[in-house]
Design a binder for this molecule. Structure first.
Ligand code: EPU
Length: 431
């Protein structure tokens, strides 16, 4: 069967797994490279679907992209010759809207199709649009695309209604070549954004962080190409760590950076799992039975919304009643229905089961989950709804009794490099 994995569950997974470069940095630095007037070389870029799509968009715009070696990508933006991101990229991933800045800077205009990505909520782009209008761009919303025009962008003070990762990155990319100073208040400060900022700084940008979620960027006249090695993927790290706990396995995650996992590592211990720092990575295991937890997802430095799905599988194996309050996306628990069919006991509610301020209060969104465990899971047929839920299904299939078929697996491969081979190396039976 095409585009599906057959998984035999119940094997204890042991061994080492090497982290790939961060998906959510790779596509951003590729686009940032287009702001320069010379070539950039980017290291540790994972060879995944999202990178391929971004590369295709760059190439469709005339940019030369070349793999110099495995995971080392050269981007030559000097041949950029079109201001139109082709409409067929509408809905493929989240990147098209991030092309605003490189295209405005080169052509004083841009045409960009509506964004796509995982279906985990409405995922509007109003913050991006409002911010670019504040920076002086004229934006029209046409049939399936945005048409943007600006002779140049100008620095201003932008206060985001919510610390959006994508909007912060998009504004930063506009601000580095804008006239004057841009201040982004209530901005996102995820490590992935800092990585993007470090690359831009290496290219000649003047960019720094101030207290209280503020970025300050002093626009410069031009940027040159840079050489940058991006961070490893902290979502992969938490995914593999969760797998070790749920599976009662013993996995050394190599290339992991403890600095980006402070919050996650605490939760590993809070549910009764453990980890050990080694020279080249962190070893995850659970010597004792797991117990329940009450947690809420949040923006950095909180518990990431992208850790929620693998950790839900951990909690199905923990003794007691666990609660997760999802405060970042309104619709990120749909995947749990299939887990219940496998034997999990997960109830959803529209109530805010937590104490953090939440935009989804009284809005009829099923954004809190009550997970009772431990539950035995049994193999079944699953259809991947989105990337992280897909990884959670893979985990569920790996700990379940019997065989599972996981369909639309390309949605997982879009974000996890060579995932089948890497899990097979741990002893997983996947075809
Ligand atoms: N939002 C708005 N208006 C906007 C932008 C965002 O209302 O203009 C809302 C969203 O609807 C959401 C919240 O703000 O409720 C946060 O969205 P954000 O903009 O921060 O998310 P994103 O930039 O679209 C990135 C990652 C996601 C990750 C989130 C949160 C990429 C390509 N995607 O999305 O990663 O969950 O930040 O950390 O960087 C994934 O990797 O599987 C994934 C979904």
């Amino acid at each position: 069967m095409e585009n599906a994995y057959k998984v035999q569950g119940g094997k204890i997974l042991k061994g080492e797994i090497e982290l790939a470069g961060a998906k959510n940095v790779s596509t951003k630095v590729m686009i940032a490279a287009l702001l320069a007037d010379s070539k950039s070389v980017l290291e540790n870029i994972p060879e995944i679907g999202d990178v391929e799509i971004t590369m295709e968009i760059c190439q469709a715009l005339g940019v030369k992209c070349k793999w110099l070696e495995k995971n080392i990508l050269e981007i030559d933006p000097t041949t950029l010759n079109s201001y139109k991101v082709p409409i067929e990229y509408s809905g493929r991933n989240r990147t098209p809207i991030l092309f605003f800045s490189p295209l405005i800077n080169r052509f004083q205009k841009a045409e960009v199709p509506f964004a796509g990505g995982c279906t985990i909520g409405a995922r509007p782009v109003d913050f991006h649009i409002n911010a670019y209008e504040q920076m002086g761009a004229k934006i029209e919303c046409l049939d399936g695309l945005y048409r943007v025009e600006a002779n140049s962008l100008k620095g201003t003070i932008i206060r985001l209604p919510y610390p959006s990762v994508g909007a912060t990155e998009n504004i930063i990319m506009g601000a580095v070549l804008a006239k004057g100073t841009t201040v982004i208040e209530n901005a996102a400060i995820e490590p992935e954004i800092e990585d993007l900022a470090l690359f831009l700084q290496s290219m000649g940008a003047v960019i720094y962080q101030d207290v209280n979620r503020t970025w300050i960027i002093n626009g410069v006249d031009k940027l040159k190409g840079g050489y940058y090695r991006i961070m490893t993927d902290r979502i992969e790290a938490a995914s593999f760590a969760s797998l070790a706990l749920a599976n009662k396995g013993d996995i050394l995650v190599k290339g992991i950076d403890q600095r980006y996992l402070l919050t996650f590592l605490d939760w590993v211990r809070k549910v009764g799992g453990d980890f050990e720092l080694k020279k080249d990575g962190i070893r995850f295991y659970s010597a004792n039975d797991l117990h329940s937890a009450v947690l809420e997802t949040d923006v950095h430095p909180g518990f990431m919304t992208d850790w929620q799905q693998p950790f839900t599988i951990v909690l199905t194996q923990a003794k007691g009643v666990s609660i997760i309050h999802e405060t970042v996306y309104e619709n990120r628990f749909g995947y749990t229905e299939a887990l219940n069919k496998m034997g999990a006991d997960i109830q959803l509610t529209t109530h805010c089961l937590g104490s953090k301020p939440c935009r989804f209060s009284n809005r009829d969104f099923y954004h809190s989950a009550i997970i009772t465990g431990p539950t035995k899971l049994s193999g079944t047929e699953l259809e991947v709804p989105d990337l992280r839920a897909g990884f959670a299904y893979l985990m569920a299939a790996l700990i379940a009794q019997g065989e599972s078929i996981i369909k639309s697996i390309d949605k997982v491969e879009r974000g996890y490099e060579n995932i089948k081979e890497r899990l097979q190396n741990l002893g997983a039976e996947i075809e």
